[in-house]
Design a protein. Structure first.
Length: 407
């Protein structure tokens, strides 16, 4: 394994075809689930425009020889696809069909990436339990390579969320938990009401995640909506970061680990610079006094960041690679977003050559796998035979082909 690259994708997605989630729901919620599926079909008809249909035809032609979307729920197909991409292990989030590519549903009752303070409290928790029950089974097919992330709707009932974390930790879900990125009318994550949740996550060694996906709700269906939503989406995905950090959560829970998934990382250095300058008492803080910007913290914000926070920034842009030292080579983690079309599957090996060909090998190894191995506790000895069998060689990533791609 010392030669070949250990690739750990810290952003993949899995989920069932819609009707198959039904058996994992508590019986009292199945009628509501059937109704929600009918509504989903109606909503899907709204996006069946010509451009979307052309994309689907192109996408299905591209992935047809790779099992299509069946790897979203079929562990045999999924492992085959990971092998083909050179990926030794993965961190698995919900919602394999976030782009309407067909055949797979989101988690029941919108409990996955779209969960927020606006979700129905009872139904979103029922949907989370259903997905997590299935996820625990799914990950047992290849437990050393597949670390699932449990859905935890943390906003409506903190004690119920605590019980769900405890259940996940006791049922082999080793990738941690995902909480909603948008809290709506509920308390933000700096509020002490969530301290029992942070405590149980820290004690159980469960990494807390927020994942991009939610966005503004105050725009109408008018010109520019999709572009505006996409422009603002990173902000919604990043907002819990400063609520947790500046709210003293990492001071009160020093062993809590937090990762921001599929939300880039280009914005982090500038935010940290701004936080630190306020903490130090720069010119604009004079009217408040520096103590107002140190409330609940004994260290500079960037120090908490370097201790408690990671960026599962998934398919990194060139800007993340260029800014990696300011972001922190030890904070960045790669992902290939399987099976989402905005990811690199089924062309990950070529993408790695293009993006990481000019990055020094020691830095590339950290970003592509070693950081994730340390954060999530993957067993490198058990992964070693997989890496020796499928991992990319340094020549594949940094050799002549890579040099030409980066020129």
């Amino acid at each position: 394994m010392a030669d070949r690259y250990l690739l750990i994708s810290t952003d993949t997605h899995a989920g069932l075809p819609p009707e198959k989630y039904r058996e994992y729901l508590d019986p009292q919620y199945r009628a509501a689930f059937d109704e929600s599926l009918a509504n989903d079909v109606t909503s899907a008809q709204l996006i069946n425009q010509d451009e979307h249909q052309r994309f689907l035809a192109e996408w299905n032609a591209q992935i047809g020889g790779h099992g299509g979307m069946t790897g979203s729920w079929d562990p045999v197909v999924r492992t085959k696809e990971l092998d083909g991409e050179g990926v030794a292990a993965e961190v698995v989030f919900p919602d394999a069909d976030a782009a309407g590519v067909g055949g797979v549903s989101g988690s029941p009752f919108g409990s996955g990436l779209g969960s927020s303070g606006d979700s129905d409290p009872e139904l979103v928790m029922a949907g989370a339990w259903a997905h997590n029950r299935w996820l625990a089974e799914f990950c047992q097919h290849d437990p050393e390579r597949r670390y699932g992330v449990a859905i935890v709707p943390a906003l409506h009932d903190v004690q119920a969320a605590v019980r769900l974390v405890e259940w996940a930790a006791n049922h082999g879900i080793r990738g941690g938990v995902m909480i909603p990125a948008r809290w709506g009318s509920y308390p933000a994550y700096n509020d002490r009401v969530y301290d029992p949740l942070w405590s149980v996550c820290a004690e159980a060694g469960m990494v807390v995640h927020t994942h991009s996906g939610v966005g503004p709700t105050d725009y109408t269906w008018s010109p520019g909506l999709i572009s505006i939503y996409a422009t603002e989406s990173y902000w919604w995905g990043a907002r819990p970061f400063w609520a947790l950090l500046l709210g003293g959560v990492f001071e009160r829970h020093p062993t809590l680990r937090y990762a921001i998934a599929e939300n880039g990382a280009w914005w982090v250095p500038d935010i940290l610079d701004r936080m630190d300058s306020k903490w130090e008492g720069d010119h604009p803080t004079r009217k408040f006094g520096p103590s107002a910007f140190r409330d609940g913290m004994t260290m500079m914000p960037s120090e908490y960041y370097r201790r408690n926070v990671w960026l599962a920034s998934s398919v990194m842009g060139e800007i993340e690679v260029e800014r990696r030292h300011r972001i922190g080579v030890d904070r960045l983690m790669w992902g290939h977003d399987y099976p989402h079309p905005e990811g690199t599957w089924p062309n990950t090996r070529a993408w790695l050559r293009e993006r990481f060909g000019a990055v020094p090998e020691d830095e590339a190894r950290r970003i592509l796998g070693l950081n994730a191995a340390e954060l999530y506790g993957f067993d490198l000895a058990r992964l070693a035979p997989v890496v020796e069998r499928i991992g990319p060689t340094p020549q594949e990533i940094h050799g002549p082909a890579a040099a030409e791609a980066s020129a």
